[in-house]
Design a protein around this ligand. Structure first.
Ligand code: NAP
Length: 336
């Protein structure tokens, strides 16, 4: 496993981390608890020690599963990254990073995770209704109290990170980042490089698109978010699938690898980056090793950009996933 230093953590983190959103089932068409636990164990067996979760993933379920999977002594071999700052009512999330909410969330997460300290505590989304400095001050208190080891932010821009860092140190930032979603290259990645922040890239596999297994005939079940993901809808889907096919050919011809290994390797070669790999069955982690121990040359990096330019006429980002602010949901719902 390749590893990285995250400021504040004494153990180096694996550069591939397990993403556990799908384990909670919500927005992924359900999940299977037994397979979820085995997936977490498979991650650790594959050399992955960083596990990313959040209270909102399955409304507590993902954190509980992480806690259960680590309860048999494995906790000491894992780094837990969870999040704070999203509340929910009736299955609908919204942003809330107010100090009172943060305290309640911390205690609930510690309980679900079955631990007395969270390694990396990340603000999930900026909350425009709470001054960022207030959120930062509370997280810094948690750090001083020894309840969290390091602070991260997610979906923050540079100006928001500047405000936060005027009060508390940030060790990491978690933006969406993969071969098809590169908006963070404009500002977040340069900011992270300048300020020595680790980048935890989410959606590394573009929700499965970059694994090569999605076809025009693939159907999703229940509340699976890919039903409304604009990349998985025509006419864009055909463009993205052409890109996947061309990238797969390139990976095979040049490196004897497939598009999944290429997509993860590409991320790891872009900077001080950890690739968050979402999985819900152990066998989905079997290809982890194929992404490690090699790197892409400059010519391939250029050829990848050319393929993307030639195949995707109408690119679209991951904005469809952004949760509403407190103002945009009904006041009654927030007060209840
Ligand atoms: P992802 O990693 O891009 O894709 C995950 C999906 O890819 C899996 O659920 C699985 O889908 C498929 N997959 C994984 N391995 C595979 C394999 N070997 N072969 C075929 N298919 C495979 O998406 P993500 O889970 O959204 O992102 C990763 C993590 O980032 C999340 O779990 C979460 O921890 C984090 N995240 C954070 C934010 C944020 O706002 N901070 C937002 C999104 C995600 P199926 O099981 O359906 O086949």
């Amino acid at each position: 496993m390749e590893t990285i230093t995250i400021n504040g953590l004494s153990t180096r983190a694996s550069r591939i981390a397990l993403g556990t959103w799908a384990l909670g089932g919500w927005m992924w068409g359900g999940s299977d608890d037994n397979a979820a636990i085995r997936t977490i164990h498979a991650a650790l067996d594959n050399g992955i020690n960083l596990i990313d979760t959040a209270p909102v993933y399955g409304f507590g379920k993902s954190e509980e599963l992480v806690g259960r999977a680590l309860a048999d002594g494995r906790r000491q071999h894992a780094l837990i990254a969870t999040k704070v700052g999203l509340d929910w009512r009736d299955g609908k999330p919204f942003r809330d990073s107010s100090p009172a909410r943060l305290r309640r969330e911390l205690e609930a997460s510690l309980r679900r995770l079955g631990t007395d300290v969270i390694d990396l505590y990340q603000v999930h989304w900026p909350d425009e209704s709470t001054p960022i400095e207030e959120t930062a001050a509370v997280l810094e208190e948690f750090r001083r109290e020894g309840k969290i080891r390091a602070i991260g932010v997610s979906n923050y821009g540079p100006a928001q990170m500047d405000l936060f860092r005027s009060v508390a140190p940030i060790a990491s930032v978690q933006p969406p980042y993969n071969l098809f979603e590169r908006e963070s290259e404009r500002d977040v990645l340069p900011y992270a490089a300048q300020n020595n922040l680790a980048v935890l890239a989410y959606g590394s596999l573009c929700r499965g698109l970059l694994t090569g297994k999605i076809t025009a005939a693939t159907r999703f079940e229940g509340d699976d978010l890919r039903k409304s993901d604009p990349k998985f809808r025509q006419p864009r889907l055909t463009q993205y699938l052409s890109a996947v096919a061309a990238l797969d050919r390139l990976a095979r011809e040049r490196y004897g690898k497939d598009v999944l290994a290429l997509a993860v390797r590409w991320l790891l070669d872009r900077g001080n980056i950890v690739a968050l790999w979402g999985a819900r069955r152990p066998e989905q982690l079997a290809p982890v090793n194929a992404a490690l121990g090699w790197s892409l040359d400059e010519r391939t990096m250029r050829d990848i950009d050319r393929i993307l330019d030639e195949t995707i006429d109408d690119p679209v980002g991951p904005q469809f996933m952004a949760p509403p602010t407190r103002e945009r949901i009904s006041p009654e719902a927030v007060q209840s």
